[in-house]
Design a binder for this molecule. Structure first.
Ligand SMILES: [Zn+2]
Length: 107
């Protein structure tokens, strides 16, 4: 409302733009992806900021649903055809995957 206030806001606003925060979507699209080595092979793991609206995934680790904007991981085998085996996991469940023991489904 007052002109003094408007002037003061300008320089600080410009400083704020010098380092814009990374947008989560960009991070997902541009390489938040890495290869992890597991006893059963190499797996590609991608961190996801959240699911698309209305999408629900079932976590293979705990058989619970991954809902809403919950950050989680998508993983798939890092070998030919592995792209078709993508699974959405709770981040914690993915980390505990190796504790599930032999004989369990790896997905
Ligand atoms: Zn889970």
């Amino acid at each position: 409302m007052s002109p003094r206030r408007a002037r003061r806001a300008e320089p600080s606003d410009r400083r704020g733009r010098a380092a814009p925060p990374p947008r989560p979507l960009d991070a997902v699209l541009h390489g938040m992806e890495r290869v992890e080595e597991w006893p059963d092979g190499d797996w590609k793991v991608r961190r996801v900021a959240g699911t698309a609206p209305g999408k629900v995934y079932r976590c293979p680790g705990c058989e619970q649903e991954i809902v809403g904007a919950l950050p989680h991981v998508v993983s798939w085998p890092n070998w030919t055809g592995g792209e078709g085996e993508r699974r959405h996991w709770h981040t914690a469940c993915w980390r505990k995957r190796a504790d599930r023991g032999p004989g369990r489904s790896r997905y």
